[in-house]
Design a protein around this ligand. Structure first.
Ligand code: C2E
Ligand code: MG
Ligand code: MG
Ligand code: MG
Length: 277
């Protein structure tokens, strides 16, 4: 059926199209209800220091546990949330929940780490975003130094208004990471002017290592360091990859080799097993 061929496929008129449109509408309605029925949860994936192995942060990743559909992957519903405008509410929920949870764990005396939250470009375009972040930090009591916002590399980085928002967030003491670096459109000159602190190398550059030549990864790391950016490697799955990235001077590691994203109760256990630095 057409709907099984994925949303990127160019649609040619067919009886299956009605199914696609219906499926889209059902998904959107389901998302609308999911907020009220509290069907979203955040999972947390550890991020470690490449040199020492010490836990330095965690990325919050949304999960939708739908009673009707089972678990729906974010790659499937985030685009629908963006197109329908629901991302504003979902994004607020994610940010508030991640900040609250991190603060709670800190108050329990667990090691203090940074929480990274994925932000859709559409959230940055909504006028009061900076104020919203400020009020969430105030409400939850989380210090801005323990919050990092991940923005996917895209044409948005050519948008002056968005750059200004990122600058304001930076001024608050929040860190900004460019997500999925290497898949988008950033030019080097642009990168140099951007108010960002961290660059996350997309998984597609890591998955071929160590068999594939590491020259691109090496270039990204050295370029980042020249611009005073810290580098996080995404999707690290093997010890060989970790070793190579360490040799190349990569700063932080995230991937199944360290741990998959964990539900909160399991992440707490992960945190508890770690000595404070
Ligand atoms: P992302 O921000 O690049 O997140 C990394 C994705 O890679 C996650 O997929 C994670 O589970 C997966 N991953 C981590 N380590 C490995 C590994 O070693 N191997 C492989 N194969 N995969 C790994 P996930 O959780 O399905 O999320 C997919 C995307 O959905 C995210 O990509 C992000 O763009 C988006 N997303 C997730 N949560 C949120 C959210 O709260 N808000 C927004 N706006 N987007 C979100
Ligand atoms: Mg991310
Ligand atoms: Mg990524
Ligand atoms: Mg992504």
């Amino acid at each position: 059926a057409a709907k099984e061929q994925g949303r990127d496929r160019v649609a040619v008129y067919s009886p299956g199209m009605t199914d696609l449109v219906n499926e889209r509408m059902e998904l959107e309605n389901g998302l609308r209800r999911a907020l009220e029925r509290e069907e979203f949860v955040l999972h947390y994936q550890p991020q470690t220091d490449a040199a020492t192995g010490r836990l330095v942060g965690m990325e919050a990743l949304i999960r939708w546990e739908s009673p009707e559909r089972g678990r729906v992957a974010p790659d499937r519903f985030i685009p629908v949330a963006e197109e329908s405008g629901l991302i504003a509410q979902i994004g607020s929920w994610v940010l508030r929940t991640a900040c609250r949870q991190n603060r709670e764990w800190q108050c329990m005396g667990l090691p203090k780490v940074t929480v990274s939250v994925n932000i859709s470009v559409l959230q940055l375009k909504r006028r009061p975003f900076v104020e919203e972040v400020q009020s969430i930090l105030k409400e939850t009591g989380l210090s801005p130094q323990y919050l990092c916002l991940e923005v996917t590399e895209s044409v948005a980085f050519r948008d002056e208004a968005i750059m200004e928002v990122l600058g304001q967030l930076t001024a608050l003491g929040i860190r900004i990471a460019i997500d999925d670096f290497g898949t988008g459109y950033s030019s080097l000159s642009l990168l140099n002017r951007m108010p960002v602190h961290i660059l996350k190398i997309d998984r597609s550059f890591i998955s071929g290592l160590p068999e594939q030549p590491s020259s691109v990864v090496q270039a990204i790391i050295s370029m980042s360091h020249h611009m005073d950016l810290a580098v996080v490697a995404e999707g690290v799955e093997t010890e060989e990859q970790l070793e190579l990235l360490r040799l190349l001077g990569c700063d932080e590691i995230q991937g199944y080799y360290i741990s998959p994203p964990l539900p909160p109760e399991r992440f707490v256990r992960f945190l508890s097993g770690i000595e404070s630095a």
